[in-house]
Design a protein around this ligand. Structure first.
Ligand SMILES: [Fe+2]
Ligand SMILES: [Fe+2]
Length: 273
């Protein structure tokens, strides 16, 4: 795995960005808005949990854990900027954001360090296959959408793919019990699903058309091939295996090109699909 790079890209969240960024895929638009309400909360949670154990880490794992936290902080910063745009249009979403925040505060206050590290590791492991799928599905998700939101979300996906090893490496160094992580996997997924359901409920009150968790999922898989869906499900299941190595996931060519373009100094703030 190459070094995780902290990129500070000046994404723009201007007032003229539509509330639903892609009229061609309403489910995906609602999911992006829900992710913008949920992601800064779990990213903040991961940063707090992992920062707390960095003094106990050494070598590459410690170095990568630090870069992971810095990268996630950039993601959270831009999601919060996007959130401000949504809250400006629908101030009642503040209540939704606060409910999601409270659910992550409870995790920190009431659960053990082992559970919180397992939570971060399991979710981050799932982001490897999931972001690869989203990048490969980019036409279905983003075609016809606002190029500022498209660029912002695809940046988040490629960086999630880039740092896919970090949280499991930290978990293995501090906790190391594979069975413990697997035992708590469904509880972890249910907690994350619940956060997205809170977001869907809040967004539902903002639009005349129904917003639901199921509708968002449907928007994400719209147009996916049978082989693409099968690969996604198999690779997600693979994250539960004891010998799973996120490095073995093949990097999408689009992501390789994105990394090369960014390294060459190309402006990554607009992506039109
Ligand atoms: Fe992130
Ligand atoms: Fe991440």
């Amino acid at each position: 795995m190459t070094d995780v790079k902290v990129r500070r890209i000046d994404f723009q969240f201007d007032d003229d960005i539509p509330f639903r960024f892609n009229p061609r895929n309403i489910g995906a638009s609602d999911w992006v808005n829900a992710a913008t309400l949920v992601a800064p909360e779990f990213e903040g949670h991961f940063i707090k949990v992992i920062r707390g154990v960095i003094p106990q880490l050494s070598g590459t794992v410690r170095h990568e854990a630090d870069l992971f936290c810095k990268q996630e902080a950039q993601h959270a910063k831009h999601h919060i900027a996007h959130q401000a745009l949504l809250l400006n249009k629908y101030p009642q979403l503040e209540d939704t954001r606060d409910k999601i925040h409270a659910s992550y505060t409870r995790l920190l206050d009431e659960e053990s360090l082992e559970f919180n590290l397992a939570y971060a590791a399991s979710i981050e492991l799932c982001f490897g296959p999931a972001t690869r799928f989203f990048i490969e599905q980019r036409e279905h998700l983003f075609s016809g959408g606002d190029p500022r939101i498209t660029a912002f979300m695809l940046w988040h996906f490629v960086e999630e793919f880039e740092h896919r090893n970090c949280a499991i490496d930290v978990y293995n160094a501090i906790v190391g019990r594979h069975a413990y992580r697997v035992r708590h996997f469904w509880r972890t997924l249910r907690h994350l699903q619940n956060a997205f359901e809170i977001a869907a409920e809040g967004l539902d009150a903002c639009t005349p058309e129904r917003v639901s968790f199921r509708g968002m999922l449907a928007g994400l898989i719209t147009g996916a091939s049978f082989s693409g869906m099968t690969r996604l499900l198999l690779t997600l299941a693979g994250t539960l295996l004891p010998f799973h190595n996120p490095d073995n996931l093949r990097q999408p060519e689009w992501a390789t090109q994105w990394f090369a373009d960014e390294a060459m100094g190309k402006d990554m703030r607009l992506v039109e699909l």
